[in-house]
Design a protein around this ligand. Structure first.
Ligand SMILES: [Zn+2]
Ligand SMILES: [Zn+2]
Length: 295
């Protein structure tokens, strides 16, 4: 993964240099330091895909996309935040097979060159998941397992924290795909972000009792702010300063739940929510952070 992502990065840089030399007009408007993704900063976008999840990590021109939301709106969002010349996503992570996470990814696979996929492939019988499985058949796929590390270079790394085993018991998975969630933390310098997908209390408890280091400055709130997630003990263990809730306006599930919002407020954790703030961008330099809203 390391050598592969490095060669991919180099080829993108070479492409950019070529484009800059080839066009004086572009050169005057797109000086290298102003091109998103080549500024040495780590950008995390909590994209506005309405009721669903989609996050994009952009670091030195390499992109990792986590989930794709419920429909093709992800394409508009990627078009807005990715460089115009970039039609590849280095890694796609599918947290679990529910439609509000996988459906948009099918559109992404059709239109972007995707280098690799990480997921916890589970038996799940829906049209969307069958289409995803068909569409990704030619892309190298790794079964997620705690302990896997993806080195993004420059002291940035992504560590898979869950599932503990490459495959969870099929019957358990069939009952609730949330029990087979791909959960990971992204570390960059002194900063870290916990991505929990739609993990519920049961999985939070398994993580808490496993001895896993859960501490993270930033937390992607589980399951769109549902009261099934973000238990008090889990929140205390992560101990974030900022949280992000991905949720659609006036959704039929009543997400985010008032109990979860109150819990965050009680612990003095500021939060952003995509139904109110639109897409939220978190920018990290390894020491300090910055938030940009409403793009
Ligand atoms: Zn969901
Ligand atoms: Zn779900």
């Amino acid at each position: 993964m390391l050598s592969e992502s490095l060669s991919r990065k180099l080829s993108k840089l070479e492409w950019l240099v070529f484009a800059l030399i080839a066009s004086a007009a572009i050169l005057s408007f797109w000086a290298l330091p102003t091109v998103a993704g080549f500024d040495g900063l780590l950008h995390v976008y909590f994209l506005d895909v309405e009721q669903g999840d989609a996050e994009l990590i952009d670091f030195n021109g390499n992109q990792i996309l986590i989930d794709g939301g419920p429909d093709s709106k992800i394409l508009q969002e990627l078009g807005r935040v990715m460089p115009f010349y970039d039609h590849s996503v280095d890694l796609v992570i599918l947290t679990h097979p529910h439609a509000d996470h996988v459906t948009g990814l099918i559109e992404v696979l059709k239109r972007y060159e995707v280098g690799q996929i990480i997921e916890n492939h589970t038996p799940y019988n829906t049209a969307e998941y069958a289409e995803w499985t068909k569409e990704k058949s030619s892309i190298p796929t790794t079964q997620a397992q705690a302990g896997q590390v993806i080195d993004l270079g420059g002291s940035a790394k992504l560590t898979i924290l869950y599932p503990f085993y490459p495959k969870i018991d099929d019957q358990e998975v069939l009952k609730n795909p949330h029990d087979a969630m791909v959960i990971f933390r992204l570390d960059y310098g002194n900063d870290s972000i916990m991505f929990t997908g739609d993990a519920e209390a049961k999985t939070e408890y398994k993580l808490l009792t496993s001895g896993t280091n859960l501490s993270a400055k930033f937390l992607k709130i589980g399951h769109h702010g549902s009261k099934t997630s973000t238990t008090e003990n889990f929140l205390k263990a992560v101990n974030p300063v900022l949280a992000f809730i991905e949720v659609g306006k006036k959704n039929k599930y009543g997400h985010p739940h008032q109990e979860v919002l109150e819990r965050l407020e009680n612990y003095g954790i500021k939060y952003y929510r995509t139904d109110i703030d639109g897409a939220v961008e978190l920018i990290l330099d390894g020491q300090n952070y910055k938030i940009e809203l409403g793009e």
